[in-house]
Design a protein around this ligand. Structure first.
Ligand SMILES: NC(=O)c1ccc[n+]([C@@H]2O[C@H](COP(=O)([O-])OP(=O)(O)OC[C@H]3O[C@@H](n4cnc5c(N)ncnc54)[C@H](OP(=O)(O)O)[C@@H]3O)[C@@H](O)[C@H]2O)c1
Length: 321
């Protein structure tokens, strides 16, 4: 598979979000199935895997997903890039930020069966100033415990403040054809400063695959699609126009709508590496194959202008979950 760089870290052009093996999209598969799905993705050329310490069923407990990712990738550790995230709500004193982050990191290292994390993200801004987080992350890079670091769901002011203390490897924000807030200033800032941009929910939680209809029933337990605004009873009908436009485009390209939604962002920006999430082995491969779907500049412009002409019903934005 083609590769891209997140600052100095080389990864497959499409990565793999591993969250749904533990949380967020209803019933989770068996550990055996999840491990096999991750290993299949690696065999297929994927070298970029995304997890977080909080990904556990119903977000209760810590580390369910990291344990799976660690087991799946242990034998090929040196060939892959593992990204994980920590939650840091508050820390008493500035001098303790490093200790607290290191404590979280050591837990992740153990669960991931490794002695370094490639990209360590702060999952959400809490009350700790980003400069203090950046300083601690810089020290952890010097310690050799992480290769690079990043922030998630942040605006350009936060990114700039952090970047001035310790250069960032990647920003992980929500981004898709129906969530384009990051296009205005965040992605351009990242491009200018050699920071990778890693879109999460790049298929808009399944909307852009074309497989969700107004009749689709989501699962009752631990399924974020019950809260995704574009998928609400009120909004989903309106969003079908975008889905139909995408489906027609995909048919002409002999690709699937999900693949076009990924190929579109890959074509637009050289520093973008999406991490679609699926708990289904076939759809994981389908998504990875988007790296081989080439769009021309003109096709990309057509898609952009279609998107500009369609109203999106519902918005998650940077403040979203
Ligand atoms: N930083 C953050 O705050 C944050 C937040 C959310 C997620 N993330 C990360 O980003 C990753 C991706 O996010 P996401 O899972 O929300 O992304 P997503 O790929 O936009 O949405 C996943 C949903 O789309 C469906 N889907 C994916 N590919 C499909 C395909 N080709 N055809 C039909 N349906 C498809 C999945 O169903 P099936 O499983 O049935 O295929 C699942 O219901 C996560 O795994 C996680 O690592 C980070």
């Amino acid at each position: 598979m083609k590769t891209r760089k997140l600052r100095d870290i080389e990864v497959s052009a499409v990565g793999m979000g591993c969250m749904a093996f533990s949380h967020g999209y209803g019933k989770i598969p068996s550990e055996e199935y999840s491990i096999e799905a991750i290993r299949n993705a690696y065999q297929h050329g994927c070298t970029f895997f995304d997890t977080a310490e909080v990904y556990s069923p119903n977000l209760s407990g810590i580390g369910h997903n990291e344990l799976i990712v660690g087991k799946a990738l242990e034998d090929v550790r040196e060939n892959v890039t593992i990204a994980t995230k920590l939650m840091l709500h508050s820390v008493g004193f500035r001098k303790r930020v490093y200790d607290e982050i290191r404590r979280h990191l050591e837990g992740s290292l153990e669960r991931l069966r490794t002695d370094y994390v490639d990209i360590y993200y702060l999952h959400r801004m809490g009350s700790v100033p980003v400069e203090n987080v950046a300083e601690a992350m810089g020290r952890l890079i010097d310690d050799g415990l992480i290769r690079g670091w990043g922030l998630s769901q942040v605006d350009v002011d936060v990114i700039d403040a952090a970047q001035n203390v310790a250069p960032l490897t990647a920003i992980q924000n929500i981004y898709s054809m129906v969530e384009r807030d990051s296009e205005d200033s965040i992605i351009p800032y990242c491009m200018e400063h050699r920071i990778g941009f890693v879109p999460f929910s790049p298929i808009a939680s399944g909307l852009l695959s074309g497989k969700i209809t107004p009749q689709t029933q989501f699962e009752r337990n631990d399924d974020v699609r019950n809260w995704v605004p574009q998928l609400s009873r009120r909004n989903i009908d309106g969003n079908m126009q975008i889905v139909e436009m995408l489906r027609a485009f995909a048919d002409r390209k002999n690709a699937t709508p999900a693949q076009i939604s990924l190929a579109w962002m890959l074509h637009k920006y050289p520093n973008v590496v999406p991490i679609p999430g699926s708990k289904n082995k076939e759809r994981i491969i389908e998504n990875l194959n988007a790296a081989g779907v080439e769009l021309t500049d003109e096709e990309c412009m057509v898609l952009d202008s279609e998107l500009n002409n369609h109203k999106v019903y519902g918005h998650r934005g940077l403040g979203g979950f």
